[in-house]
Design a protein around this ligand. Structure first.
Ligand code: COA
Length: 341
């Protein structure tokens, strides 16, 4: 059984953000690549051992990214360092695979290593013959019943949480004329991207990592417009990828600020797909997420951020929701730290 995968790559100048560190989106893309490789391998290497039905043995599949759990960026990674990305399958349900990915940075001159990211991703295997068909996942063997039980709990918790996030999908970002500085309208930004073959999997649909990189790019623009300083990604809240995005679609990735604490800002990002060729299918929302950014001074130290000027009830409601997420994430980080000590 193959349940571990590792990749290493030296970080080059084209992986840098404007501060000169490795771009958060590049890290998200590497994490997703590792998850996709191990997930796809797992779902294809055990054909015939645990499947019932006659046609499945020849039906190869590709693992599509369905969800990424909350991810913290623990330390910056620098250009010239080596990123070691290791992925492990930690749970399988009937139709989904949970992959844990750790990212270590290695300074190959001093030998210093740091854990920069830990991420949990969920993949769903889709048939190569028919992308609408979800294939059964071969079960993994767990090292203990407790591990299996813990995995099942995580699986059930994310299933519940998914039901809630679907409700936010109808929201749109509207244009504001002559917005005042520090308001939501002032920093909100969008980018438009034509989905090309280089963005796509063998199925001809966008790789989750490509989408996450674009989301991080827009969120970074919003953060920099608000703060007018260098900024870095601190964390990404859980993202669900409800719909596939086909080659040839135009995607609009939009971001707006929802909340500021003393030294962090939260940005909500929407991904909307527009199938140009099959126009009758209409535009649709493919994903949404919350990114948290930190503003940095010239020595890369966190700076206080200008408070968000909230206008109207809707913005106030989003601000309060952002505050609740901020407090929840902060409490969880503290609890994790205490557990490690
Ligand atoms: N996160 C984790 N697992 C998910 C999920 C999500 N957001 N959505 C569905 N699943 C799992 C379900 O739990 C189920 O597994 P189970 O039977 O073991 O519980 C399995 O997927 C099938 O669920 P179902 O409700 O039948 O499927 P669906 O119609 O919701 O389709 C996807 C699921 C993932 C195929 C569909 O949402 C999709 O195509 N998403 C886009 C994938 C993609 O293109 N990713 C890259 C985006 S840029």
């Amino acid at each position: 059984m193959i349940s571990l995968y590792e990749l290493s790559r030296i970080m080059r100048p084209d992986d840098a953000n404007i501060v000169g560190n490795v771009h958060g989106g590049t890290i998200l893309k590497m994490i997703e690549e590792a998850g996709c490789i191990i997930g796809t391998r797992h779902c294809n290497t055990q054909r015939g051992t645990c499947f019932s039905g006659s046609d499945v043995d020849n039906d190869r599949c590709l693992a599509a990214l369905a969800r990424v759990e909350h991810t913290d960026f623990l330390y910056p990674m620098f250009i010239g360092e080596v990123a070691h990305v290791s992925a492990e399958i930690t749970y399988t349900s009937k139709h989904s695979v949970e992959v844990q990915v750790n990212v270590l940075s290695e300074n190959i001159v001093t030998g210093a290593k740091k854990l920069t990211n830990k991420a949990t991703l969920w993949y769903v295997p889709l048939s190569l013959q028919n992308v609408a068909k979800i294939i059964e996942v071969p079960p993994i063997e767990y090292s203990s019943p407790e591990r299996e039980e813990a995995g099942k709990k995580r699986y059930e918790a994310q299933k519940l949480e998914r039901l809630e996030t679907k409700e936010r999908n109808g929201e749109v970002i509207t244009h504001v004329s002559l917005p005042e500085p520090y308001t939501v309208g002032f920093s909100q930004s969008s980018l438009i991207h034509l989905v090309c073959p280089s963005d796509c999997t063998l199925h001809g649909f966008v790789h989750g990592g490509v989408t996450m990189k674009l989301m991080d790019e827009v969120a970074g623009i919003v953060a920099a417009r608000h703060c007018k300083t260098n900024i870095v990604t601190a964390s990404v809240d859980a993202i669900n990828f409800h719909r596939k995005i086909k080659k040839g679609c135009v995607i609009t990735v939009s971001g707006r600020m929802t909340f500021t604490s003393n030294k962090s800002i939260e940005i909500e990002v929407f991904v909307d797909a527009d199938p140009l060729v099959e126009a009758e299918k209409g535009k649709y929302r493919a994903a949404t997420a919350f990114f948290t950014y930190i503003s940095l001074d010239v020595d890369n130290k966190p700076l206080p951020v200008p408070p968000l000027k909230v206008e109207g009830e809707e913005e106030q409601k989003r601000f309060e929701e952002g505050k609740a997420r901020y407090l929840q994430n902060k409490a969880k980080r503290l609890a994790d730290k205490e557990q490690q000590q």
